[in-house]
Write a protein that binds this ligand. Structure first.
Ligand SMILES: [Zn+2]
Length: 105
């Protein structure tokens, strides 16, 4: 699962989440039909704001513009909200650091 790569120190615990990539969706907005763009990847199980534990993940089926999709939701016990954009950034940063997966699709 997690290849032991030298270098980057990272938290031991991660969780896999799927979130909407709002930035990517906004970038394509107005160029044809609206599109749901999802990003799946790993993020730390701790809140980036205070270092407290993030909440347990749960799946949520949502619908937007008639398109159904599945995302991950979690409630941080500390009360801090994880913004999708920040989560997407964290997933990307983690992916770039580990480089264990090619383009998922
Ligand atoms: Zn917090």
């Amino acid at each position: 699962m997690t290849p032991t790569s030298a270098g980057a120190a990272r938290p031991a615990d991660t969780m896999t989440v799927t979130v909407l990539d709002r930035a990517a969706m906004n970038a394509t907005w107005g160029r044809g039909p609206s599109q749901i763009i999802l990003v799946t990847g790993e993020i730390a199980t701790i809140c980036p704001t205070c270092g407290g534990p993030r909440g347990a993940v749960r799946g949520l089926n949502a619908v937007e513009d008639g398109e159904h999709y599945h995302v991950t939701m979690w409630d941080n016990t500390c009360g801090h909200l994880d913004m999708y954009e920040a989560v997407v950034r964290e997933i990307r940063a983690r992916r770039a650091a580990t480089t264990d997966s090619g383009a998922p699709r």
